[in-house]
Design a protein around this ligand. Structure first.
Ligand SMILES: Nc1ncnc2c1ncn2[C@@H]1O[C@H](COP(=O)(O)OP(=O)(O)OP(=O)(O)O)[C@@H](O)[C@H]1O
Length: 246
């Protein structure tokens, strides 16, 4: 069974301790979100899991067959057009050029891009369109594990919902697993099977894990609002996010 297992991980940048005793398991088809205040080590943890950073203390075992990454800023190649940007990962995997282009076109349409957009370069795209391209590029390779670093944070509410719904559809259809970072508790509640709360002080550590058992399809706006309200009353959430209740 494919899984990502994080065991007793500690991490420092130089003498500065960033993460302490991190443990969790992401199983096939599941979604885990990492939430917490700025500077709590969320990005560092995602980078360790995706091998952008090397684990020096503890262990991360990843048996997923393939993975891809979408970042908060779209990171498109400025000299490649929309379709060539999306097709990048496929070509890197030695997919035939004509097949890669066809797959890139199909997914671009699914992500709400139009045929007229296909030959545009990143400088001529809006922020939302760039994010669509970036997300399509991460999913076109059909990964079994997707790492997301706040990919929806800069988007307006309509586009955010649209991309979240495409993600949910892909999770259901392809049994995709996702590990993602968000500042947005509502987003975490809408998408996750498990929410991991990272607390920054004194060193980044897991303050609490919450499971959400109800199926993603049943999480309507009312459910998400009510659960978020409950979360915001939880002492550990208040403490981790340094919220002040009035
Ligand atoms: N390359 C680096 N060298 C030294 N310190 C770093 C480096 N990258 C991050 N840090 C420090 O590590 C700590 C955790 O940063 P990280 O980006 O993982 O937090 P975060 O929870 O993702 O924050 P945010 O929500 O603001 O993105 C911060 O104190 C940051 O200053």
């Amino acid at each position: 069974m494919e899984r990502l297992e994080v065991k007793n991980v500690n991490f420092s940048f130089g003498f500065k301790e960033i993460l302490e005793d991190i443990n969790f398991v992401l199983e096939k088809g599941k979604v885990i979100s990492i939430v917490g205040p700025s500077g709590g080590g969320k990005t560092t943890l995602l980078h360790l899991c995706s091998k952008i950073l090397r684990v020096e203390d503890g262990e991360i075992r990843n048996s997923f067959h393939s993975s891809s990454f979408a970042f908060q800023e779209p990171r498109l190649l400025p000299w490649k057009n929309v379709i060539d940007n999306i097709a990048l990962g496929l070509l890197a995997k030695k997919e035939r050029k004509d097949i890669a282009i066809k797959k890139a076109q199909e997914i671009a349409l699914k992500f709400g891009l139009e045929i007229d957009d296909f030959t545009k370069f990143p400088k001529d795209l809006s922020g939302g369109m760039k994010q669509r391209v970036s997300f399509a590029r991460a999913l076109v390779v059909n990964p079994s594990l997707l790492f997301l670093d706040e990919p929806f944070s800069a988007l307006d509410i309509g586009l955010k919902k649209e991309l979240q719904n495409i993600l949910i559809e892909t999770i259901n259809k392809e049994n995709l697993s996702v590990l993602f970072i968000t500042h947005d508790l509502m987003e975490a509640i809408k998408l996750s099977d498990e929410i991991i709360v990272l607390k920054a002080e004194p060193v980044g550590h897991i303050a609490k894990k919450f499971s959400i058992d109800i199926s993603r399809d049943k999480r309507d706006d009312e459910f998400v609002y009510n659960e978020t309200a409950k979360f915001l009353k939880d002492k550990i959430i208040i403490d981790s996010f340094e919220l002040e209740l009035r």
